[in-house]
Every structure is written in structure tokens, then in C-alpha cells.
Design a protein around this ligand. Structure first.
Ligand SMILES: C[S@@+](CC[C@H](N)C(=O)[O-])C[C@H]1O[C@@H](n2cnc3c(N)ncnc32)[C@H](O)[C@@H]1O
Length: 428
């Protein structure tokens, strides 16, 4: 099947049905035989989402009235994306995209006309896009305003970073191999990587590679994980013999790192509400030869799953807006709405309240999100501290992030990291 058509269908699942790009690609790609075609479709879909607000603006300039047929609109966006951003010959991009519309003759003519008009007026259209608030940075208006409100100094940089492709970062399993030794293995395979001063397990690759090309991946010597996410285990500082609760644990990246970091953890209980995502925790732990107690349950209702024994450490990696990982999931810019934030903040608050009684006196809870919004981060923690006199914030003194009124915020792109937030709280 025509690769442009498949890409447009994937994009349409996101635009029309609100499906995540990952889910839409997961169901479309297995039907595509050639790896080259799969990579092309993926690049088209990620790119079209990343540049959606700019391309959509240009499309609206090219049309007299909005395109109601979202399948055709998706195809037009896929066409424009190739012309502006890909090294596809323009005539091939136009003819192949037009061909993809062959089942709708009216759309074929329209796509042809649109793409040719774009090529003719490219310079002036791009200039108009540069001068439009949302198109220039390719973000929805509400999100630009929200980021500018929370981070007036950093907003421009955050918006730019959101549109870059993130690097591939690795977490070396230091319980099994030293960082230096693993780096040498990579160099031996011509895979260039650099270390990160403040994160002893991390390597950042110059170029992404397929995981099966990573030495020892199947045997658990290494995992793929952003550097910001690798800071959780150090902050949790689990000591030998302690019981740990990882309360929103799937797919299990941080749970696995905690166990790699402290091989004498007494027990790690990993809870997640999503049974399907929990299967991924099982797979991850198996690959890394680690074990944990897995519980499918609602973190906001521990009475349904808690056995009454206290934990010395709790990691709450909360469900959040994920606005710190837009560069990895650019469809977030299309799917997330301003009014999603308040319910997420309420869910985080209810989980915080519910798990606090499970922490032993003197224990430490780490609260984390991959968000950059203050409402989900420092304001959330401020409210929690105000309501819990037995909660004492432990300041995070680190060479990364920005200290806020509470906790520490990593801005998207800082030292090549995702946007992330951490706060450490101990119990009196
Ligand atoms: C940010 S992800 C966790 C990532 C994970 N800690 C890791 O490092 O791989 C948030 C998780 O919270 C889970 N979740 C959402 N609501 C929940 C609830 N009420 N109780 C337990 N888990 C929940 C989601 O299913 C999702 O897997």
C-alpha cells in the first residue's frame, strides 16, 4: 500500500479518534513489510504531528474554507510535510500523495492543487507562518500561554526544544557492568555515545539505534531511558533491607532502576492501575533478571491492595499531562486540552494523600512528573505540605534543574533531558 496513505490514516486516527500516535502506529506498522517504508511512515507521522500547528495554518491559507474530511486533511498535511521538511523530490512528493487520494477523485484534484500552490507560494506562506503566534512555534494557543505564564524566561526555549527530536539515552545496568566497560563495547561497534556528569548510569547516543544492536540488551545489561528519569533512583536513596513502594509503576523503567541501584532492597511493590501496561513491567523485570511484587490496583485506594506493612521509601511517578515529553510524543500537542490539567492535578492529589499513610516515620517519598506545569508540580507539593504537618521537604541540591518554591524542575532540553519534576519529602 502507498506509504503516504498509511501515514495519513495514522494521522487521521490521532486527529479524528484522539488515538495516541504510538497506538495508531502500533496497529498500522506491522502490516508494512519493508523496514525502509516503516521508517518513512514513522518519520512522516512524527514530523506531521511535530509541525501540525504550522502546517495546519499553511493549509488554512491555501483553502477558502476548512477541510471537513479529516482523512483528506491528513493527507494534505502529509503532503505539505514532505515538501517543507523532507528530502523527497517535490514532484515525487506531489504525485505520490495525489495517488494516495485516488479513491476520492475530488480529493485527488484538491490535493494536487493545494500542493502545487504551496510550491508556487512557499516563500510568502512560510513568512506568514513565521508571523503567526501558533504557527511560528507550532503549538496550540492555550499551551503557549500556559508555558509563558509558568516560565516567562524559559518559554521560548521550551517551545523550541519541544519541536526537536530527542536523543536516545541509555541506562547501563551498573549492577552487572561498569559504565566504562559498556561504553567501550559501544565504541567497538562504532556506536558513539557520551557520558553525563551527574548521572552515573547514563549514556547519550549520538544517533538512535535499534535496541537489538545494543550489546547485551536482551541479557539486561542496558535499558533505554531518558536521563531525567534516571535521576529518580538516586533521589529515592534506597538502603539495604528497605521495602519500597513504586505506586504508578508501569512500564517499569524506574522500578527496574531502583532494583539495579540497590540490589539488597528487601521488597519492591510495584502498583499500577493498567493491567496491560503492567505486563510490560513483567517483561522488563524478566529481561533484567530482577523481581518485584506486582499489583494491579488503584493507587488512590490502597485499602484494596495494601497488606498493612509500612514502606521506608515511596516513589510516586504520577500520571500527568506529560508536557515535558512532547519532543518524544508530539501528538500531545494535538490531543491535550487546557481542561485536562485540573482533573490530572486532582488525581495526583488524591494519590499523594492516599499513599502518604503507607510511608514509615523517617521514610522518604519522591514525587515525580514528566510535566513542566507548576500546577502539577510545585503548587501540588505546596498544597500537600500545607495539609500534612508530618511532611518535611528535603531540598534537592543538584547540578541539574531549577529550584522552585518546592522541588526541582528540569526544563525540556536541559542537558538533553526530558522536562521532569522531582520533590523529596520525608515523614517526621
Ligand atoms: C508516568 S507513568 C509511570 C511510569 C513508570 N514509573 C516508569 O518509570 O516506567 C504513570 C502511570 O500511572 C498509572 N496510573 C494512572 N492512574 C493510576 C492510579 N489511579 N493508580 C495506579 N496507577 C495509575 C498509569 O497507568 C501509568 O502507567
Amino acid at each position: 500500500m502507498n506509504t503516504r496513505l498509511i501515514a495519513a490514516r495514522v494521522l487521521s486516527r490521532v486527529l479524528q479518534d484522539g488515538q495516541s500516535l504510538t497506538a495508531a502506529l502500533d496497529s498500522a506498522l506491522p502490516t508494512v513489510e519493508s523496514a525502509k517504508d516503516r521508517a518513512f511512515i514513522q518519520a512522516l507521522c512524527y514530523g506531521a504531528c511535530r509541525s501540525y500547528h504550522r502546517l495546519d495554518f499553511i493549509l488554512s491559507e491555501l483553502l477558502d474554507k476548512p477541510l471537513k474530511d479529516l482523512d483528506v486533511k491528513s493527507l494534505a498535511l502529509v503532503g505539505l510535510y514532505q515538501l517543507k521538511y523532507m528530502r523527497v523530490k517535490p514532484h515525487a512528493a506531489v504525485s505520490e500523495t495525489v495517488l494516495a487520494a485516488r479513491k476520492k477523485p475530488w480529493a485527488k484534484a484538491l490535493i494536487n492543487a493545494l500542493l502545487r500552490s504551496y510550491l508556487r507560494d512557499q516563500e510568502s506562506l512560510e513568512l506568514k507562518a513565521d508571523n503567526n503566534h501558533c504557527a511560528a512555534v507550532s503549538h496550540p494557543d492555550w499551551l503557549i500561554r500556559q508555558i509563558e505564564q509558568d516560565w516567562p524566561q524559559q518559554a521560548q526555549n521550551i517551545l523550541q526544544e519541544n519541536n526537536w527530536q530527542p536523543p536516545m539515552a541509555l541506562r547501563v545496568n551498573l549492577a552487572r557492568v561498569s559504565l566504562d566497560h559498556y561504553l567501550q563495547q559501544l565504541i567497538g561497534l562504532d556506536i558513539a555515545a557520551m557520558t553525563v556528569d551527574f548521572c552515573p548510569s547514563a549514556l547519550i547516543l549520538d544517533k538512535p539505534v535499534a535496541v537489538d544492536l545494543l550489546p547485551g540488551f536482551a541479557d539486561g545489561l542496558v535499558s533505554v531511558q531518558d536521563v531525567a528519569a534516571q535521576l529518580a533512583a538516586g533521589l529515592l536513596d534506597v538502603r539495604a533491607g528497605q521495602r519500597v513502594l513504586d505506586v504508578c509503576a508501569a512500564p517499569g523503567g524506574k522500578a527496574a532502576h531502583i532494583l539495579e541501584h540497590q540490589s539488597q532492597t528487601k521488597e519492591l511493590v510495584a502498583v499500577d492501575i493498567d493491567a496491560a501496561r503492567m505486563l510490560r513491567v513483567t517483561d522488563t523485570l524478566q529481561r533484567l533478571r530482577l523481581s518485584a511484587t506486582l499489583v494491579v490496583g488503584d493507587a488512590a485506594n490502597p485499602q484494596d491492595w495494601w497488606d498493612g506493612r509500612l514502606f521506608e521509601r515511596i516513589l510516586l511517578d504520577a500520571p500527568c499531562s506529560a508536557l515535558g515529553v512532547i519532543r518524544r510524543h508530539p501528538d500531545i500537542k494535538l490531543l491535550r486540552r487546557a481542561d485536562d490539567i485540573q482533573p490530572l492535578q486532582a488525581l495526583q492529589q488524591s494519590i499523594l494523600h492516599a499513599v502518604w499513610p503507607l510511608l514509615a516515620p523517617g521514610g522518604i517519598m519522591v514525587y515525580a512528573t514528566c510535566s513542566i506545569l507548576k500546577q502539577e508540580n510545585e503548587q501540588q507539593i505546596a498544597a500537600f505540605l500545607a495539609e500534612h504537618p508530618d511532611a518535611i521537604e528535603l531540598p534537592i541540591d543538584a547540578p541539574w534543574g531549577i529550584a522552585g518554591s518546592h522541588g526541582r524542575q528540569i526544563m525540556t532540553g536541559e542537558s538533553a533531558m526530558d522536562g521532569f519534576y522531582y520533590a523529596r519529602i520525608s515523614k517526621a
